[in-house]
Design a protein around this ligand. Sequence first.
Ligand code: SF4
Length: 327
Amino acid sequence: MDSFLKTVDDTDVLVQAQNLNKTYYVRNGMFKKTRLCAVNNISFDIYKGETLGLVGESGCGKSTTGFMLLSLLKLTSGKVFFEGERIDNLSEKQLKQYRAKMQLIFQDPYASLDPRLRILNAVGEPLVIYHRVKNFNEKKEYVAELLKAVGLQADDMNKFPYEFSGGQRQRICIARALALQPSFIVADESVSALDVSIQAQILSLLIQIKKEQELTYLFISHDLAVIKYICDRIIVMYLGKIVEIGSKKDLFSTPLHPYTQALLESVPSIGKKNAKTILQGEVPSALNPPSGCVFHTRCPHATDRCRREEPVLHENGNQKVACWLYT
Ligand code: SF4
């Protein structure tokens, strides 16, 4: 993938996020409302054919970012481009053609399937909505192909969700996401509800399908082991901001940002003691974020400048980092 990255240009960009912001106003006491900045001025590109990872602790804005890219959540400000066309300002009717090309795989395979719908209808629903099948038999044939593509049996279309395990349900959700032959899939914590052994099977399936169908993924996870397994490039987020972007190889071999270093240190591995000594304390509240660098309250290298001035994301070798240590 590193060689791929050296040769990409603007025409290789599938999705572009420009200065995305998402702000909520939450009630604070009887009359007061406080501003909560869930995503704070982030920009990045997603290249055709890559798996881009979005990693960070819970509440850092990863899922909000994914939802904004898919126009499932309105932006407070910023722009989203898909295949070079701006899509964040389109009406629901105009968005319909893009919705078919961009799909979401949810975290919880138990909650994302309607328990009353047979798998035939759960997977076949988008085919009917988008008029991709002419009749019932065509729908059955199409759904059978989709189920086989994700490692299930054609006969499974007659069953209800409760008849499947968690891993099988996630395969069904993947089949449904593939129904309209998308080019871009956002996988939001798509394996975190599964056992580790099942996680590996689903990740392998996603890798296989990506190759077969020339897909592009945004893979959102808090789990660095999962990110390392499946991603080509990685964005690290902290408190609504991007703090580092790099290829998997660079980021895991030479993490630059102290937060990325702390995240990697906190991944348990055999023979590593005191794995969690670096990343101390809780993530500060997004309702009252720290001044200057948002990581300064937990950073072992913080200086007065860090507490005063906010570092901007800038290039450092092949990576991008937002930290005063690299200016
Ligand atoms: Fe730490 Fe300062 Fe870098 Fe922020 S800018 S990560 S506080 S060294």
